[in-house]
Design a protein around this ligand. Sequence first.
Ligand SMILES: [Zn+2]
Length: 205
Amino acid sequence: MTIKDPRRTEGVAPPSIHVGRLILAPRDSELCPDRDRLIRTLSEAGFIADPILDRECAFLVGPEFSALLAFVGCAVAIADDPQIGGPFCHVVVPQASAHPRWCHGRNTGAPRCPACRARSSDWPSPFKQVALELARGHRSASVVCPSCGRAHPIRSWDWKQQGGFARLLVQVEEIFPGEAVPTDGLFDLLERASGCAWRHFYVQD
Ligand SMILES: [Zn+2]
């Protein structure tokens, strides 16, 4: 937990490009569990440690961080010290929003229709527009599928692990998509803290 991941210093991703984040969010994006209880549970379990003073809603990783995530690939060492400079691993729990927010990034691809399973050929314009309606509280904001011609709520489209919607979420920075996967232990913890089931996905700004 003290050595920088060599892949991050050898030019795979220049420092100005966001490596990525792992996002943990309730499966039902309308749900908004209690944020304080969530933070307390993550802290007691050692997933997070002290708040980072100059970053809003951010926490240092705790002693059990790397046991609660499964790192894929061999010998990935995570930089977790902000003093080193460059990307470092930390956890952000943003304030909850009144309505589901769309979490997406440059890695987000066209989602699949929940009915006919076709990838939308309209990606991304109508989705961007409809996500704004959802964020304003229009719960059933829908996008028409060019393949089957039916409108489906934007939240019901299949985003795989490249995006999603949430009111309350936990962000793990900076994690390349797929580099770390939540363990069953972490999902149990989140469920215990919230009373609901969680999912995960990845976003690169
Ligand atoms: Zn369809």
